[in-house]
Design a protein around this ligand. Structure first.
Ligand SMILES: [Zn+2]
Length: 170
């Protein structure tokens, strides 16, 4: 069976196997960013972020939703990165990084490994792998479908600081 080709709504070109991508949330049709939807090339969403303030808009929306949510309440907003607590039902922290356009799903049982990790390490997060690069910035490897996302504004030390500020790490 053929898998239908995904088309990026920004450049109207297909999203090829292995290309980094971002899953854009469905917005109200009246929202000024409602023309963006579905799967987008990571490079495409990053290229329009400065002119359309996409990351900031998504961060405001997500923080607002989370502040009223009982199942995934807001833990922290740091810049355009939002931490939500999925601990009640699924035991994980959901990190919506709208600076680099990446969602990180952090199982609670992986926190110990993060606390004890040093540079040049890879930490298994279940569905994703967190890489700490030589320059101390992070990269997330997605397994299915396989692609990676570099996080140029998220260093390992900022990542740990956010988890501490959210009372997730000591
Ligand atoms: Zn595109």
């Amino acid at each position: 069976m053929n898998i239908p080709q995904l088309i990026c709504p920004i450049c109207n070109k297909p999203i090829e196997e292995g290309q980094s991508r971002f899953y854009f949330p469905k917005l109200h049709p009246s929202h000024e960013l409602a023309d963006l939807h579905g799967v987008l090339h990571l490079d495409c969403i990053r290229s329009i972020d400065r002119s359309r303030h996409v990351g900031q808009a998504l961060a405001v929306l997500t923080a607002e939703l989370a502040s009223h949510s009982k199942t995934a309440p807001l833990l922290l907003r740091d810049g355009n990165i939002i931490l939500r607590d999925f601990r009640l039902d699924e035991s994980r922290i959901e990190i919506a990084d709208y600076e680099n356009f990446c969602e990180i799903s952090l199982p609670i049982n992986s926190l110990k490994n993060i606390q004890e990790s040093t540079s040049k390490e890879a930490i298994a997060l279940g569905l994703q792998i967190l890489h700490i690069n030589q320059d101390q910035f992070l990269e997330i490897e997605f397994k299915k479908p396989a692609f990676t996302v570099d996080l140029p504004t998220l260093s390992f030390s900022r990542f740990v600081s956010m988890l501490i500020a959210a009372n997730v790490l000591q």
